[in-house]
Design a protein around this ligand. Structure first.
Ligand code: ZN
Length: 262
């Protein structure tokens, strides 16, 4: 499969190549960052996951030591390394909250680039794609597997899957019962009439969660749905079975739905 990479993805690939790494889980990010001649530190921070401060050719990346999950620490470190590799001469200081990682569309181009860099650094496309192919069908446990395999959160694994996985799918992020953004595979052709800040369609799993009608014991559930639950149907089109795997991110009153055809 031939992929077209963005500049940020190519910057991450360059770092892996120059470090002689095929698989980023082979080395701790602290080492990788030191190898790129930046400093890495962990400190208790308030309201931030990480930041980077650069002055006279020195850069210090700090990641919040209070972050409970290693996957989130890794993503924060990789994101800050992205600012270091691509932006340190443009702007001397970046500070990032986890909130920004989910609300990337509000952060502006540098935040999008740093997230793209982090996703490619932690989940290199070629390795990710062949991992998906070797595991077969798209199922919640594939997402679990990818998250473990690449030491990333399930959210990061879902976003990468939509972009570089091996099955047409779409991800929709909702907050406070409003659709905030969506991303889909290039080969996912179903049309969602999406208006930012409108509520998700009423019969979707995401809508049921916000209405309080559905409570899940775990943090996520895969449900059988109809295509028409999410998508606009052509006039003579027959409805078909779809799946929605909806992750609840309770601390942000948010959901991330992964949607695909049966
Ligand atoms: Zn940032």
């Amino acid at each position: 499969m031939a992929f077209t990479f963005t500049q940020s993805e190519r910057a991450a690939q360059k770092v892996l190549f120059e470090c002689g790494l095929q698989d980023p889980t082979e080395v701790g990010l602290r080492k990788l960052i030191l190898g790129r001649k930046a400093f890495y530190d962990e400190q208790p921070m308030t309201g931030k996951d990480g930041d980077i401060v650069s002055y006279s050719n020195r850069s210090i990346i700090t990641v919040n030591s209070r972050i409970a999950f290693d996957t989130r620490k890794r993503f924060a470190a990789a994101h800050e390394l992205g600012h270091y590799e691509m932006h340190r001469y443009l702007r001397p200081v970046f500070g990032d909250t986890e909130y920004d990682l989910l609300n990337w569309y509000r952060g502006g181009p540098h935040e999008i680039e740093a997230n793209e860099f982090a996703a490619e650094l932690l989940m290199p496309t070629e390795v990710f794609h062949s991992e998906c192919k070797s595991k077969g069908k798209l199922e919640p446990k594939l997402i679990d597997h990818l998250a473990n395999r690449f030491q990333v959160s399930k959210t990061s694994a879902i976003l990468k899957f939509v972009k570089r996985g091996n099955y047409p799918s779409m991800a929709v992020f909702c907050k406070d019962n409003k659709m905030k953004w969506w991303k889909k595979s290039e080969d996912f052709y179903n049309f969602l009439d999406f208006t930012r800040d409108s509520p998700p369609p009423p019969t979707t799993v995401a809508a049921e969660i916000f209405s309080g009608k559905k409570a899940y014991t775990g943090d996520a559930a895969k449900q059988d749905i109809w295509k028409s639950d999410w998508f606009e149907m052509k006039s003579n089109e027959q409805d078909s079975r779809f799946f929605e795997y909806c992750m609840v991110i309770q601390s942000y009153n948010s959901t991330l739905s992964l949607i695909w055809g049966k």
